[in-house]
Write a protein that binds this ligand. Sequence first.
Ligand code: GLU
Length: 496
Amino acid sequence: MIRTRFAPSPTGYVHIGNLRTTLFEYLFAKKNKGVFIIRVEDTDQERLVPGAMEGMLKTLQWVGIIPDEGVTLDSAGNVTQKGDFGPYIQSERLPIYKKYAEELLNNGSAYYAFDTTEELSAMRERQQARKLPTKYDREHMRNQYTLSADEVKNILASDAPRVVRLKVPASEEVVFDDIVHGKTVFDCKEIDDQVLLKSDGFPTYHLAVVVDDHLMEITHVIRGDDWISSTPKHLLLYKAFGWMPPLHAHLPLVIGGDKLKLSKRKGDVSTESYRAKGYLPEALVNFLAFLGWNPGTEKELYSMEELIKDFSLEKVSKAGAIFNVEKLDWYNKEYLKCIPLSELAIRARQWFEQAEWFEKLTMNNEQITNAIALERERVTTLAELPAAIKFIFELPDYSKELLVWRKGTLEEVKKILPELKNYLDTISIQEWNKALLEQKIGGWIKQKNYSTGNVLWPLRVALSGQQNSPGPYEIAVVLGKDDTLNRLAIALQKLV
Ligand code: GLU
């Protein structure tokens, strides 16, 4: 059974690059009828943000990623845990890590070290001065190997701080077959004697991740390329425990247009900010799936179900994946076109509620929905909808010159618009639909021998008050006959 996991540190938001990684972990598990797990890595107590777990789970839920096991939300939206391999929150597993650290101490794969922070920085300074790589100097620092057995015993019996470090073999190669990168080799000379258990009794990421991935029977560790240099440490740990390691797939990093890692400083990296801007989760998922993966066909629009069907780690590329907002915009526009109108109206509601003018509205839901239909293909995000349809509810002020078509004159508008208004008055409310308006007004233009632009341009401006807007027939239908005639009357007043 394939088991993958997303192991976020609860920082308070889901980094968009991490969301891409999570998506791949999720797709791979689902594709293979496996299990997708969420485990919270909160061993770095200094970085904890209150409410972060809940927020992150809600964000994942919003994009449609629901864990089969691990930390999840119950039906009331509260954080809960489910599954037989728990607890799934690392701070609740401290005795487990302690037990496994002891196992390593006992079998000689790890050792106690007692150096203070000052001693460690002095060590690094000495190494830097001699242009040596900065790593723990086992032979010269204060640890189990340099102190006598009695000294060690005494320190351990006192409350002096101590850490447990991994004893990295002096000359050995760590080789593994990464699913994305292929054969990957690290020389132990480059690997530090990593701290496994800190003096506060908390494990470091390295110990916790290995113990948990093993105990939770994770088969595939899928994570960003920025973790690849941690993998040899983890493989040494698997070896020290005598465990079979999982398979690894390191995904290309999501990078900005400048080819640098996406960072908070350079704009929006949180998934939540894209949600707040009115991007649709379907679009975001589709866009992120293509950051580092490609189905190898022309097809670009993929629902989650289709992604699950077609996803494969073999088609993940090694090169960094460029985060291109224009492409995300394109996806969003595509999804805005195809989501059912009633659903779109529900999803857009929160942005309408934020718009001040909206509160004053007496328009009913149907009119709002019709107005959304007018603009859905013209906006990029849901957040743009209220401003885009505002003209339907509140005619903007405009100058009479705007009523003049670029090939027409003010005199012509003055002549045509009153005639058009009179003609529209003869069309019954029953006939007030787009097809009939188009047919009737079209016929009238012909009969009058006017040029189309000279009629439709001023009509459109009179109805929208804007330089750019949807077409006049569509607006007239949403406004209804009365409002259409009222707006024409306003235009006529401007012309006198
Ligand atoms: N807790 C790590 C993170 O914050 C998990 C890395 C991993 O997947 O091993 O991304």
